[in-house]
Design a protein around this ligand. Structure first.
Ligand code: GDP
Ligand code: MG
Length: 692
């Protein structure tokens, strides 16, 4: 049997960087907990017979998050031979909290005191020999980033693993609690593996449900234990799990005071920068400025140039393929399917890649240097009021460029409910592909008023916040706002390797996922809009799509655009939102947008616009939603929710807009009023309480 060593530590302590350095693999580095919810295994470069297991980043071994459950199940079930505990030296107190728990599981622990380069730079001093003695484990100073101390760490860890010693923790609590723990231990000893004894004893004291049910204690023993715990709880006037948290911190604080001498806060260059960046007054304007810069450069500056290149490239490729297919005598319809359907459909998406690469590059730089973590922290104050977390902010921001990376960046959000809600609302923010529709409607109907564009963004953001409040009140999404635990990583120069990996990962995901889906989708839409049900090549008004459009159109009549053309345009928007404008153009055949005045009333046009902004996003974004949700049911729920919201808002807009324009009160107006009342009720009703 080979040896296995587990790598455990807080999020952002450098675990993945360390894992990659030790095993020579290229796992995704970054503050994206979603990525490492499962553990990854690799072989040590220096010892080919030793497996290294990268556990998800955790703050404790409590059973509250998916990451914690994965980690503790791994430790208890898989029995690693040793644990390397990564401790971020620049954040030592918080990190040692996990250490005290890891030491209790029973396996030998060696501490890698990581980010030691940060400590050396900022002038903190840590008495390592003394700390090692007090913690009862060996400590190796490392820098995963600079790859120092890693060989010694491997050497010592492997030696430790070979001893197969048991280790029962060193963190000791107040006499009364230790006394109780001793009694509990005697009672439960026959029920658990000896190696995990200390761990089980403390978990039983904490009334950890998962542990209690796994032990299968007899009711009498449960009862005796309950009495013992209750006595402590009365004495401390606190719940047993809080007592333990408290005791751990007392123990840690005591050790820190003996071994760590801090430099004066606010004196290093990084801290000075930090003080400005997170300043209550300047933080937000600075952030807006930085983001405007990023968008200006990637979308406007780079985008304008590269989009044209890419369009030319795609057109050139298309005509090349066209010429080739004609020369080999391919059927005309197949030729058109490939060139007008698939190549131009896929091409329309690929055109965005250069600007997205630049955008991803900037975002990766901002994330890797530690800035994004700070922004989420600042935004948390605002977003918390709406049931979302500060980390929901980044996806929304990214989504104003494109929903796909926006949805992907939801991975930064630890709390599962917050993450799911954010995935659901991200595409309410108008993405780049929706801008042409805004331009078309405001130009054709509203005399190019800028108010239209502004109101679209405003409604999008309003829906994000309202959804946060409404969904948090439902049973499936009810959760306490997760405490904002996010390590503030020290500012550092971004590593080329990390940034390159980020950009590559994002771009590849975009090309692969969007490419495959768009590829199929474009082909299907082309076929449907060019063939009749009898599979004859026909005019588009006789096509299958036209029939489907006519069948669905009545659904949109209460929203003011119940014509088949507008319906089909909306449907093609699901392949890519860019399609909506071109579909309208082809199906209504107009030269000037003003023509739309013959088709839509003003409220109808505005409702059409808003519906298309809010409803189900394009297939690429749906694919991203499904990837992040990880379940078909949740994905369908998200799409349905978005479409229902879109329908409700468009209904209210069209019906009340028409009333203001002098239309008479009717069934539609009543429906709109009811929908409005229902929304208000959902918004203001009392929250569902999960503990009841
Ligand atoms: P994980 O969340 O524990 O997997 O941490 P990561 O490996 O993703 O690292 C988080 C951040 O810390 C990254 O930006 C790394 O470049 C940085 N980092 C990791 N190890 C060190 C180190 O020893 N020194 C410094 N200065 N930065 C580090
Ligand atoms: Mg990681």
């Amino acid at each position: 049997m080979g040896i296995s060593i587990a790598l455990a530590g807080n999020p952002n302590s450098g675990k993945t960087t360390m894992f990659n350095a030790l095993t020579g693999s290229a796992q995704y580095v970054g503050n994206r907990p979603g990525v490492t919810v499962e553990h990854t295994t690799g072989r040590l470069k220096t010892h080919k017979d030793v497996d290294l297991v990268d556990l998800p980043g955790i703050y404790s071994l409590s059973p509250y998050t998916a990451e914690e459950v994965v980690s503790r199940d791994y430790l208890l079930d898989e029995h690693p031979d040793a644990i390397i505990n990564l401790v971020d030296a620049s954040n030592i107190e918080r990190n040692l909290y996990l250490t005290t728990q890891l030491c209790e599981v029973g396996f030998p622990v060696i501490i890698a005191l990581n980010m030691i380069d940060v400590i050396q730079k900022n002038g903190d001093r840590i008495d390592i020999p003394k700390l090692s003695k007090l913690l009862g484990c060996e400590i190796v100073e490392t820098s995963a980033l600079k790859e120092t101390g890693l060989e010694i760490l491997c050497e010592k860890a492997v030696r430790l693993a070979k001893t197969k010693k048991h280790f029962h923790g060193i963190c000791r609590f107040s006499p009364m609690i230790e006394d109780t723990l001793r009694k509990i231990q005697e009672l439960i000893l026959p029920f658990c593996e000896e190696v995990h004894m200390r761990w089980y004893t403390i978990k039983v004291f904490e009334r950890d449900e998962r542990v209690l049910s796994s032990l299968k204690l007899s009711p009498e023993i449960r009862n005796t234990i309950d009495h013992l715990i209750a006595r402590c709880e009365r004495y401390y006037d606190d719940e047993s799990d809080s007592i333990i948290i408290n005791e751990r911190y007392i123990w840690i604080t005591n050790i820190i005071s003996k071994c760590v001498v801090r430099h004066k806060a606010g004196t290093t260059p990084a801290e000075k920068v930090d003080n400005i960046m997170t300043n209550r007054i300047f933080a937000l304007p600075l952030f807006i400025l930085i983001m405007c810069g990023v968008y200006y450069i990637s979308i406007q500056l780079v985008g304008n140039i590269t989009t044209e290149w890419m369009e030319t490239l795609v057109a050139w490729f298309g005509s090349g393929v066209n010429a080739f297919l004609s020369s080999v005598g391919t059927a005309e319809w197949l030729n058109a399917l490939i060139v007008d359907g698939i190549i131009s459909g896929v091409g329309a998406v690929l055109t965005f890649i250069p600007q997205l690469m630049i955008l991803f590059l900037f975002l990766a730089l901002l994330e890797d240097c530690g800035y994004m973590a700070r922004i989420a922290f600042i935004m948390d104050r605002i977003f918390r009021k709406f049931g979302l977390s500060g980390k929901s902010f980044i996806p929304l921001l990214v989504a104003s460029g494109c929903g796909v990376p926006g949805i992907m960046s939801c991975r930064t959000i630890e709390s599962e409910t917050d993450r799911k809600i954010t995935v659901m609302v991200t595409t309410f923010v108008p993405c780049g592909a929706k801008l042409p529709i805004i331009a078309l409607i405001s130009g054709g109907i509203f005399g190019n008023s800028a108010l239209i564009a502004i109101s679209v963004y405003f409604i999008g953001i309003l829906m994000v916040f309202m959804s946060g409040v409404i969904l948090k009140k439902t049973r499936s999404f009810a959760s306490e706002p997760a405490p904002f635990v996010m390590e503030m990583p020290a500012y550092h120069l971004p590593s080329t390797k990390n940034v390159a990996l980020h950009v590559w990962d994002d771009v590849r995901a975009f090309v692969v996922k969007a490419g495959t889906v768009i590829f199929v989708g474009s082909g299907i839409i082309w076929l449907l809009s060019n063939f009749s049900f009898a599979f004859q090549l026909v005019d588009s008004s006789e096509s299958m799509l036209a029939y489907i459009g006519r069948a669905i159109a009545p659904v949109f009549a209460p929203l003011g655009f119940g014509h088949w053309e507008a319906t089909v345009a909306t449907l093609t928007g699901i392949v890519a939102k860019e399609n909506i404008v071109s579909s309208l153009n082809i199906l209504y055949t107009f030269d000037s947008p003003a023509f739309l005045q013959n088709i839509f009333t003003a409220p109808g046009a505005y409702a059409f616009l808003i519906f298309n902004m809010l409803c189900s996003p394009c297939v690429a974004a749906i694919a991203a939603i499904s990837k992040e949700m990880g379940s078909t049911k949740d994905t369908l729920f998200a799409i349905a929710y978005q479409t229902i919201v879109a329908y409700a808002v468009a209904l209210i807009i069209y019906q009340f807009g028409s009333l203001l324009g002098g239309a008479s009160f009717g069934a539609g107006s009543i429906a709109a009023a009811l929908v409005l009342l229902l929304s208000l009720w959902l918004l203001f009703r009392p929250a569902h309480n999960k503990s009841k």
